[in-house]
Design a protein. Structure first.
Ligand SMILES: N[C@@H](CCC(=O)N[C@@H](CS)C(=O)NCC(=O)O)C(=O)O
Length: 219
C-alpha cells in the first residue's frame, strides 16, 4: 500500500481522458474523480481554468501539483505505482523505447492527424517536426508488427496510450485501417481493465446526457 494521497482526476467521458481512466483501471488504483461535461463547456469555467489554464482534459492533480498531457499523466501514474510494472524502470533497456513512443504520441502523431483532419497543406518534410503523415503511420505500423505489444512482449503504459489513440484515430478516419493497427487495438481493448474503463465511461456519458436533459426541461 502506497503512503501518498489520492490523485485527483479531472475527466470527461467520450474524450481523450478515457485513456487516463483506462490507465487507472489497469493500475487498479483509487482516485478522486472530478467530472466535467464538455458539452456544457464546464472545462471553460473559471473554477476549472484556475486548475488547468488550458481548459482541457485529462488533467490530474497530486500532492498539490498539476500534470496535463496524456503521455505525461500516464508516465506519472506508472511511476507512482512501480509494483504494477507498467513502465520500464531506469536502467531497463526498454526505458528508451518507452520514452520515445510516449513522446512520439504528442510530438508526431497528434500534430500529424490534426493537420490531416484540418486538410492543411503538408509542411515541407524538413521543416515538419513529424516529417510526413505517411512516415508517422509507417513507423508506427512497423513497430507494432513486432508485437504483441508496442515494446514487444511486455505490456506497458504505452499500450494504454496507443491502444486508445489508434482506436480513436481509426474511428475518425484519421488513421489508416491497417490490419496491424486493427489487431493491436483489439488486443488492447480485450483487456478486462480497458473494457471496465469503457463501460464506466459509457455510464458516465449517459448520466451527463440525462442531466443535460433535466436542465433543458427546467430552463
Ligand atoms: N494535449 C492534450 C489534449 C487534450 C485535449 O485536446 N482534450 C480535449 C478533449 S478530447 C478537450 O479537453 N477539449 C475541450 C476544449 O478544448 O474545450 C493531451 O494530450 O492530453
Amino acid at each position: 500500500m502506497n503512503a501518498f494521497s489520492l490523485v485527483t482526476f479531472f475527466h470527461a467521458p467520450h474524450s481523450r481522458s478515457g485513456i487516463t481512466r483506462a490507465m487507472f483501471e489497469e493500475l487498479g488504483a483509487s482516485f478522486d474523480l472530478v467530472t466535467l461535461d464538455l458539452q456544457r463547456n464546464e472545462q471553460r469555467s473559471d473554477e476549472y481554468l484556475a486548475i488547468n489554464p488550458m481548459g482541457k482534459v485529462p488533467a490530474i492533480r497530486h500532492e498539490g501539483m498539476l500534470v496535463t498531457e496524456q503521455p505525461a499523466i500516464l508516465m506519472y501514474l506508472a511511476d507512482l505505482y512501480p509494483e504494477k510494472n507498467l513502465a520500464p524502470s531506469l536502467g531497463d533497456p526498454l526505458r528508451g523505447p518507452y520514452l520515445r513512443w510516449m513522446v512520439f504520441y504528442g510530438s508526431c502523431f497528434e500534430p500529424a492527424i490534426t493537420d490531416l483532419s484540418q486538410k492543411r497543406a503538408p509542411t515541407p518534410q524538413v521543416q515538419s517536426g513529424y516529417g510526413t503523415y505517411d512516415d508517422v503511420m509507417a513507423v508506427l505500423a512497423e513497430q507494432l508488427q513486432q508485437g504483441p505489444w508496442l515494446l514487444g512482449e511486455r505490456f506497458t503504459a504505452a499500450d494504454v496510450l496507443w491502444g486508445g489513440a489508434l482506436n480513436y484515430g481509426m474511428l475518425f478516419k484519421l488513421v489508416p485501417e491497417l490490419p496491424v493497427f486493427r489487431a493491436y487495438v483489439e488486443r488492447v481493448q480485450s483487456r478486462p481493465a480497458i473494457r471496465r474503463a469503457f463501460a464506466l465511461d459509457e455510464a458516465l456519458a449517459a448520466e451527463q446526457a440525462q442531466q443535460r436533459e433535466e436542465l433543458a426541461v427546467d430552463a
